[in-house]
Design a protein around this ligand. Structure first.
Ligand code: HEC
Length: 99
């Protein structure tokens, strides 16, 4: 009995951590602003409300190390290096809905 409820708790906690765009975005807000309204370090575009497909493409590009829009792609690579495809999708969905 005890084992089962512990297992359920664990599954619940993992899915929460894995695909919660709002939680993932906390890490980004320091530079991009709570609503994605800032030009990060005075360099990036304002990302809040951008098209989700573009955000996914950009983040995958940064992760792969192939995107460098404003000379600071390497910094963004570090930000998303540990993100799974599901994380990228979830955070992009969250950002696309920011206003
Ligand atoms: C330390 C500050 C910092 C943090 C934290 C940060 N970024 Fe960035 N971000 C930047 C900078 C600087 C750029 C410009 C990179 C370049 O030269 O291409 C950028 C670019 C971007 C772009 C492309 C915008 C454009 O100009 O078209 C997206 C999308 C983005 N960041 C999303 C995120 C997400 C999502 C996170 C959190 C996982 C995040 N960033 C965390 C600084 C940051």
């Amino acid at each position: 009995m005890k084992k089962i409820s512990l297992a359920l708790l664990f599954v619940g906690a993992t899915s929460f951590l894995m695909a919660d765009g709002a939680a993932l975005y906390k890490k980004c807000a320091g530079c991009h602003g709570a609503k994605g309204e800032k030009k990060a370090l005075g360099k990036s575009a304002v990302i809040g409300g951008l098209d989700k497909a573009k955000l996914i493409e950009d983040l995958k590009g940064y992760k792969a190390g192939t995107l460098n829009l404003h000379g600071m792609g390497g910094l963004m690579k570090g930000q998303v290096a540990s993100f799974s495809d599901a994380d990228i999708e979830a955070v992009s969905d969250y950002i696309s809905k920011l206003k």
